[in-house]
Design a binder for this molecule. Structure first.
Ligand code: COA
Ligand code: AMP
Length: 624
């Protein structure tokens, strides 16, 4: 197959043989005899009778195939001035030890293990070790505060929690262990043990009996072999922001995920065993799961684990240095990272210091790649720059330019075309299909291809309500946009209360729940406002209670502190303004969509049911 069209049609016309063929390229313990097995109306399983283990696929398989000495992982940490190489053999050995240590602590198939770690090799080792035992990992992004961690601990009910003494941000050490202790003090569920990596920058106090030292535990453990699991056994739970304060635990299987990621490495990213892949994300996000850890290792690539920022650690040349130093073939980052580089180094002078000829392509995701950032990156690097769209829920790209199949012309502002397996349609609010170029809700026809979420952890009802019930027969993506005459998909933004801050997905509903707890607040609303660097920033609009005497400045400061303490610094909540009134319908519902439209500089579609339209002018004046 040579063209994208032929490839796409093959996947859609006969998904059964298309995906079985992809599955056959992996080393299963037991090859599946079928690809898709329908369970009920819109429920199904992938490769149901197959048996495998993702840790085996990522490590043992490559060692057995003679790639033991090849580099599997390069850890590059400008914030600690450390570089460390792990061959497949060495990584396997560490993962076996870690799995052994976890087993000693009682972890077995199906148990959950929460991982709250900075970007250090032990985070990757921990994930692969949990998977090795057939247990289920749930990585929590290190930028989240204790409360967020506690909520996830209570939902995932882990047997063990793995963490580190500290993480390192630009010029500051973040003490992780006290955050973990605080989270455990808040959580109802308690693990039987924790495993703590002590870092040289800051040692943590360990609680005897509960907290175990990583190094000691691994040194004394019996190496553990990979446990065969069923294809649809869960590999991980990854929490993501929804519209309420309770995050959603996206559940991913072993088999479908392995097949999808393996396929994507060749078809989308055009990499093979031995190539170097650098995804500048964090293991706490889906990009980190799929393209720092599992995808590159399934494909036998070398993955770069970077503990640093695109700028400031120490400068805007970091990405180019990494490309030269490790001969990176594919670089994957969020557009915000390139906006940060452009801001610090508009003429890309740092590029003159490095030879990036190994780099074949730059992929961007996490938020819309705005045409200005696209143009700048292409002009300065001279490389193909590919926007691709995906979500925590899907685990891999829904739309992309498939560089390993056929490089299509790029249309700036579009994430290109549907990836084989994804049938995308644009629907109006009533579920009617819209013609080309008309903006509406982006929906994906069921069944979704392998690799996508199976359910929401212990919450079938939320899975149904959040994704399947809006448009029967479709997965509702929560994103809005349109498809042009050539079939290119343009994702224009969320249609719900999720915002995207520096490539981080956050819930405004969750921020509202925190703000509403302030004693002076009567009602509030948080919206995302455009930001030139981070894409969006949260902005609070607050009505105070009658008789409240708190000054606007004091209230803003207290709300900022509350959100930072509950969600974490990563929320970047820094602005809250007092307003006399919020726009509401006569039945009392805040018109968030109207506010979003005003914030985006659009002329809002004000419904006739609005209670008092005059308040919109006051709000306009408050917005930056
Ligand atoms: N642990 C602890 N704190 C963290 C953290 C982590 N893992 N990640 C971020 N934070 C903190 C930061 O220290 C900062 O705190 P501060 O308010 O005290 O300064 C705050 O959260 C906001 O961080 P960030 O959004 O990273 O802002 P920044 O100004 O430090 O850096 C960018 C700006 C654009 C360089 C940075 O956001 C970036 O690299 N973004 C790309 C994100 C990405 O890759 N996302 C994955 C999508 S694929
Ligand atoms: P996350 O689940 O954190 O990966 O965030 C997913 C959300 O990020 C999507 O629903 C989109 O709103 C946004 N997003 C990710 N990639 C893109 C892209 N290439 N273009 C537009 N929006 C994107």
């Amino acid at each position: 197959m040579t063209s994208y069209q032929a490839h796409y049609q093959a996947a859609m016309a006969d998904p059964e043989s298309f995906w079985l063929q992809q599955a056959q390229q992996l080393p299963w313990y037991q090859l599946p005899s079928r690809a898709l097995e329908p369970l009920s109306d819109h429920r199904y399983r992938w490769f149901a009778d197959g048996k495998l283990n993702c840790s085996y696929l990522a490590l043992d398989h490559h060692v057995a195939a003679g790639r033991g000495n090849q580099l599997a992982l390069i850890y590059d940490s400008p914030v600690t001035n450390t570089r460390q190489n792990f061959s497949y053999q060495l990584l396997l050995q560490q993962v076996q030890q870690c799995a052994g240590a976890l087993r000693q602590l009682g972890v077995a198939k199906g148990d959950r293990v929460v991982i709250y770690m900075p970007m250090i090799p032990e985070a990757v080792i921990a994930m692969l070790a949990v998977a090795r035992l057939g247990a289920i990992h749930s990585v929590v992004f290190g930028g989240f505060a204790a409360h967020e961690l506690a909520v996830r601990i209570d939902d995932a009910t882990p047997k063990v929690i793995i963490s580190a003494s500290c993480g390192i941000e630009v010029n500051k050490v973040i003490a992780y262990k006290p955050l973990l202790d605080k989270a455990l003090a808040q959580a109802s569920h308690q693990p039987v043990a924790t495993l703590i990596v002590q870092r040289a920058q800051l040692a943590a106090a360990l609680q005897p009996g509960r907290d175990h030292d990583w190094q000691q535990a691994l040194a004394t453990a019996e190496p553990a072999a990979a446990v065969p699991v069923a294809s649809d056994d869960p590999l991980y739970i990854l929490y993501t922001s929804g519209t309420t304060g309770k995050p959603k635990g996206v559940v991913r299987d072993h088999g479908g995920y392995a097949v999808a990621l393996h396929y994507s490495m060749g078809a989308i990213y055009n990499v093979r065993a031995g190539d170097v892949f650098f995804a500048a994300s964090d293991v706490g996000w889906v990009v980190g799961h799929s393209y720092i850890v599992y995808g590159p290792l399934f494909a036998g690539c070398t993955t770069v684990l970077y503990e640093g920022k695109p700028v400031m650690t120490p400068d805007a040349g970091s990405f180019w240095r990494l490309c030269q130093q490790y001969q990176v073939k594919v670089l994957f980052a969020a557009p915000t990272a390139f906006r940060a580089i452009r801001k610090d180094d508009p003429e890309a002078q740092w590029l003159q210091h490095y030879d990036i000829s190994s780099l074949q392509c730059i992929f961007m995701a996490g938020e819309r790649l705005d045409p200005a950032t696209y143009d700048w990156t292409v002009a300065k690097t001279g490389k193909p720059v590919i926007d691709h769209w995906w979500q925590t829920e899907t685990g891999w790209p829904i739309c992309a330019n498939l560089m390993g199949i056929e490089a299509l012309p790029v249309k700036p502002g579009s994430s290109s075309v549907p990836v084989p397996g994804f049938c995308i349609e644009v629907l109006d609010d009533a579920g009617q299909r819209l013609p080309a170029n008309q903006q509406g809700n982006i929906a994906i026809k069921l069944p979704l291809p392998p690799g996508c979420l199976q359910t929401i952890w212990r919450n079938e009802a939320r899975f149904e309500a959040g994704y399947l019930s809006s448009f029967p027969g479709y997965y509702s993506s929560g994103d809005g946009g349109f498809i042009d005459d050539d079939g290119y998909v343009f994702i224009m933004g969320r249609t719900d209360d999720v915002i995207n801050v520096a490539g981080h997905r956050l819930s405004t509903g969750e921020m509202e729940e925190i703000i509403a707890r302030h004693p002076a607040v009567a009602e509030c609303c948080v919206i995302g406002i455009a930001d030139a660097l981070k894409g969006q920033l949260p902005f609070g609009l607050v009505m105070v209670k009658n008789g409240s005497t708190i000054s606007p400045e004091q209230l803003e400061q207290e709300l900022v502190t509350m959100v930072r303490e509950d969600i974490g610094a990563v929320a970047c909540f820094k602005q809250a303004k007092i307003v006399q009134k919020l726009p509401k319908t006569r039945s009392g519902k805040i018109l968030r969509k109207v506010l979003r439209e005003i914030a985006d500089g659009k002329t809002p579609q004000v419904p006739s049911t609005i209670e008092d339209p005059s308040c919109l002018e006051e709000i306009r004046q408050h917005l930056p």
